[in-house]
Design a protein around this ligand. Sequence first.
Ligand code: TYM
Length: 344
Amino acid sequence: MPSEPTTETPPRSPAATRVLSGIQPTGRFHWGNYFGAIRQYIELQSAGDAYYFIADLHALTTVRDPARLRGLVHDAAVDLVALGLDPSRATLFVQSDVPEVTELTWLLMTVCPMGLLERCHAYKDKKSRGLPADAGLFTYPVLMSADILAYDATVVPVGEDQVQHIEVCRDLAGTFNHLYGEVFTLPKPRLVEGGARVPGTDGQKMSKSYENTIEVFEDLAAQKKKIMRITTDSRPMEQPKDPEGDHLFDLFSLMAAEADRLKMAELYRRGGFGYGEIKKALVEAAADFFADARRRRDEIVADAGRIEAILADGATRARRQAGDVLDRARVACGLARGGQGGRG
Ligand code: TYM
């Protein structure tokens, strides 16, 4: 039975499209990050109000070297801008620059059943591999929920591996709203066909933890070596092959022009060609596909102050928005006294 809200919640403006997503600075971005998520960020930055952040608080569960973390955060911002994220359209910021989100995490933690987190795959995977998991990893989906809810996000562009976390977020938001009134906007994940689960060099999902990644801005010679070593099956050259579900073909499809993709599919079906051929084509397609981004990256790297200015401006804008939502949540659950609104 729905309970009555205990406090009056301030009125809300109707939800327009509000895009939000985050990415961990745990290493250089790989093709999975780009085709699953970053390409969507760029496409959606003109579709509505967009917020994108570098998830350094999340990264703390794996990166324990302070200087390395600082470097990775900076590189992540450089890479995102080089790949086309436009700070005049989207708000780009660093997660830890918005402390409102960590307070919101606590509020959500108080309505989060343990069982919900025990079912989450990042924690389950680590446990099943016998690795020690800390409370940061266990409660990670709650922080991620706060990340999303703090900005009234309606659309969250991600790869398939993040869908479960967005379900947790919807669950927690629903429970909080049920208890305290309509405080939070419920978000939806957005996935792209062909990019939701980009395969790595071994055919499994591309992921840093599987050591099967190809980085977007990797040195071209090193990238070529990696591509030429991608695992393939041992069917003889003359045998016709089905391109569907072949991870080399899937990777090629992400980067090649449609005409080249069709030609390659035809070669697969006809047989009489070796995997070396598609590997070479993939090396070229990847170099072409990211050539402009590489050029832009060189320019941005040369302009040291620019990235810091972008992130400082992004933090100001993000804090304003997250502060409003936190105020709403504080008032709703009874933390604010005497009609004083939220913080301060
Ligand atoms: P992270 O940093 O692991 O990955 C960033 C984004 O890249 C996507 N991705 C992939 N997509 C397709 N195929 C792949 N092989 C592949 N590998 C990674 C991820 O799905 C993700 O969209 N928990 C998040 C970061 C986060 C976040 C958030 C995301 C923190 N708070 C709030 C959205 C909203 C993560 O670890 O992503």
